[in-house]
Design a protein around this ligand. Structure first.
Ligand code: C5P
Length: 310
């Protein structure tokens, strides 16, 4: 997914995929004094991705399908944060979007992480991973995960990462897009209103999930999925409720993607999601879970989640 070609410094062109994510587990652990929520969340990538291209230009510019300019788009802000007062060559960043906005799939955060990595390579900076990780956390709570580029347990507000090595985990799914974007702060507001800032509901268990993932036990993992946003969002969005019910009725494991509004129906194989797509009530897409993003071979130095005590 990382492709660089260079015929002299000014001809350098870099391409990067910026994959979507889902949270197999997302449990809010309480509201913090800074207004954010502490989380336990398990994030994995999908084979649905935006596409980012960087090439030489007189100055730093962004052309994105979001229609936003350099300092308003998280992608541009990532490039500006890395540039930060340094005298570096100009570049044109082009972003082609396939991940819907306001869908809980992390598209904006993924673009920002891809921009950090692409611009670091374009400018030949070789920024140490922990420094990139700090920049990522300043840009947004989900950006560190996308920088790591592999399945992670994320804690704190999302910036404290542990890697989950799950090379044998095979999970497929059907994404349903109800066409009603939900802004993340709005969804957190609903969750607070419903008394779920510190969520003790459900039977999904974090360490059991991580162990099942590490063993490649898809069914075992699907028994432990949890998302604190599910009930608050289901109560307020009939379209999300319809998606969750449809996927469950069709025999898939229904899960809200992040804070919504996309819903995924998960399964160990790809046959059922593809069959279920035929009568789905909303636009949809079959996807596969990726334990590791293609081309993410950077050594992160992050600890392993399995070393967590059960
Ligand atoms: O960090 P990010 O920009 O993605 O957060 C968007 C909003 O989501 C925050 O302003 C906050 O309202 C909410 N949020 C939160 N707790 C988190 C992550 C996000 O309350 N762990």
């Amino acid at each position: 997914m990382f492709k660089a070609s260079s015929r002299g410094r000014c001809q350098l062109m870099i391409q990067r995929a910026a994959p979507a994510k889902i949270n197999l587990y997302l449990r809010t652990r309480g509201e913090r004094p800074d207004g954010f929520h502490d989380l336990d969340t398990v994030m994995v990538g999908l084979d649905l991705a935006d596409h980012l291209e960087v090439e030489s230009a007189p100055e730093l510019t962004l052309v994105s399908d979001t229609g936003l300019g350099l300092s308003d788009d998280l992608t541009g802000r990532a490039a500006l944060a890395l540039q930060a007062g340094r005298n570096l060559p100009g570049a044109r960043i082009r972003v082609r979007k396939r991940i819907p906005a306001g869908g809980g799939l992390g598209g904006g955060s993924s673009n920002a992480a891809a921009a950090l990595l692409a611009m670091d390579a374009f400018w030949g900076l070789n920024t140490p991973f922990p420094v990139l990780l700090d920049l990522a956390a300043q840009l947004g709570s989900d950006v560190p995960f996308f920088l790591a580029g592999q399945s992670c347990l994320a804690q704190g507000r999302g910036e404290r990462l542990r890697l989950i090595q799950a090379p044998d985990l095979k999970l497929c799914g059907l994404l349903l897009f109800p066409g009603e974007p939900i802004a993340t702060p709005t969804a957190y507001g609903w969750l607070d209103e419903d008394g779920l800032a510190e969520d003790a509901t459900g039977t999904g268990e974090l360490s059991t999930l991580i162990q099942a993932m590490a063993r490649g036990d898809a069914q075992g993992a699907l028994r432990q999925v949890h998302n604190s946003f599910t009930e608050p969002v289901r109560r307020r969005s009939p379209a999300v409720a319809k998606c969750l019910d449809y996927l469950e009725g069709a025999g898939l494991c229904p899960l809200l993607c992040g804070s919504g509004s996309t819903v995924i129906g998960l399964s160990a194989g790809s046959d059922l999601p593809q069959q279920v797509a035929k009568n789905a009530p909303y636009p949809n897409q079959s996807v596969k879970v990726m334990g590791r993003f293609p081309g993410s071979d950077r050594v992160t130095g992050l600890p392993n989640a399995l070393s967590l005590r059960a």
